[in-house]
Design a protein around this ligand. Sequence first.
Ligand code: SF4
Length: 284
Amino acid sequence: MKAQDLGTAAPNTWCPGCGNFAILNAIKPVLAELDGAGLVPKENVVVVTGIGCHGKIADYLQVNSFYAIHGRAIPVATGIKLADPDLTVICFAGDGDAYAEGLDHLIFAAKRNVDVTTIVHDNRVYGLTTGQYTPTSPSGFAGRSTPEGLEVSPINPLEMVFASGGTFIARGYSNRIDLLKETIREAILHRGFSFVDVLQVCATFFNMYDLYNRRTYALEEHDPQDVVQAQAKMVEWDYNSDGPMPLGIFHRRAAPTFGDNFEKFNSKIPDLEGKVRRVLKGYI
Ligand code: SF4
């Protein structure tokens, strides 16, 4: 299978120059490669999206997919993975989706180490609704809901997921597609909750290409298992300084997954399924 075999006939409605194209063009060859290598068969892949411009990626990928409601891609993905642990579940969410409406789900997925991959299209603006600020919009951002400029600093998603117990934490940039591909590939192969925040430029409502081209750099000689190093790199973020913004895998460690713990819990209750069925019988 080739990357182009994963495309669909759906007309693409993203704006010219949108960073979403890069994420689509990164995931396709990765899925083709993993399928070809026998690591992740295409039929076992399920994509779950939230609501926003990013969500259309489900229309453009020839794999199983599910449109969730706003902010709820992660709990849907969690349910799919628990129902069939053989599936490889990949969540796509926007920054409004993952860091505002769905923030609690992100934190709990990291804390529980749910074995799904979450890729956040972090364009730092609500693009589909034409330019309101999100939790990652930088201070000073002037949009439709803050015409005089935003006066608060953005959250740092990587630090937040790290503090929640995330076992794979990475950042990509839509203008560094080779690095993005490599990062997404590693995220999919990680056993446990893998989180990739992608600096996905919204060319129409918040064009950050110049700034990111100037400030981003790839992590080198970085040990993702060294938590002190990982934290030191995560704090290199956009608090209105003109400092560097690292890209790549910041943190990675092995830990039991939510599915492992769920199995253990189930095994302590003999005939759990039968008990649930008997209870439900009274209602259906
Ligand atoms: Fe992309 Fe922004 Fe256009 Fe949405 S509004 S498709 S995020 S460029």
